[in-house]
Design a protein around this ligand. Structure first.
Ligand code: DGL
Length: 276
């Protein structure tokens, strides 16, 4: 169904958040070719049902495969929580069993035991990610001695998508959720940012987090985990082109995407609008 020719690494997010993952991957492995797709027209995904997130993510992955990607990273916790497994188990075998779709939750979970001293970890994420219990389940399988507390922060993605993450309005919503999760488990010593949009709120989160609590952002670990994966899977690495190019696609206005994305990436980019 899809071409077997080598192609770029695909990255997908509901909007801009995945750029925080792309940025770290690109810094670590600048020689590869990349295609980033943001479904900005239908973002946010965090409030949507399992079925809808799965259907939207499936369309995006299929689009990236048709564009020649042999490997797609779901640079979105909500899509990783709600759609990854079904795509891997149900869709990939019918599409092309040699292609791969990877998520961001697994590489984060693997580090849970190392990053916490008290073994009390907090996760902030979208309503979808938290209600899926993906982090609690995955950490529980690997490290049953760790207590995980999740906190859904439904306003945080809209603050980022609307470029309000530095505004005084953001203070209220950030403080509210930090205070709440710490009241549920005061022994938390590590807070995982379980949404790829949240690194943009890092300064605000830090400002309201008591000192001594570590803030854990996924980007670098996802990037290292991908590099490690490609070392362990040379057959996939050979199918990835290495021309150092980056293409950006969005389902919303290309102009708006490039304007906002330059805040995330600190560099101007060129963007094309597509429809899924
Ligand atoms: N960036 C996505 C994540 O990591 C969520 C954004 C959304 O709600 O669409 O969960």
């Amino acid at each position: 169904m899809f071409s077997q020719a080598p192609g770029p690494i695909g990255l997908f997010d509901s909007g801009y958040g995945g750029l925080t993952i792309f940025d770290k991957i690109h810094q670590l492995m600048p020689g590869y070719d990349y295609v980033y797709l943001g479904d900005n027209a239908r973002s946010p995904y965090g409030t949507r049902s399992f079925e809808v997130v799965y259907q939207f993510t499936r369309q995006a992955v299929s689009y990236l495969f048709e564009s020649g990607c042999q490997l797609v990273i779901l640079a979105c916790n909500t899509a990783s929580a709600k759609a990854l497994r079904t795509i891997q188990q149900k869709d990939l075998p019918g599409w092309d069993s040699n292609r791969r779709v990877l998520g961001v939750i697994r590489p984060t979970v693997e580090l849970a035991d190392t990053i916490s001293r008290t073994k009390h970890i907090g996760i902030v994420g979208t309503g979808g990610t938290i209600s899926s219990n993906s982090y609690t389940i995955e950490i529980g399988k690997m490290y049953p001695h760790i207590r995980v507390t999740g906190e859904a922060c439904p306003m945080w993605v809209p603050l980022v998508e609307n470029n309000e993450f530095n505004s005084p309005g953001a203070d209220y919503f950030v403080k509210k959720h930090i205070d709440h999760i710490l009241s549920v488990d005061p022994q938390i010593d590590t807070l995982i940012l379980g949404c790829t949009h949240y690194p943009l709120l890092m300064d605000k989160i830090r400002a309201f987090l008591p000192s001594g609590i570590t803030l854990f952002s996924q980007g670098e670990h996802v990037a290292e985990s991908l590099r490690d994966y490609l070392r362990r899977h040379p057959e996939m690495d050979h199918k990835l082109t290495k021309g150092g190019s980056c293409r950006f696609l969005t389902t919303e206005s290309a102009e708006k995407f490039s304007e906002t994305a330059s805040i995330f990436l600190n560099t101007p980019i060129s963007v094309s609008q597509i429809s899924l």
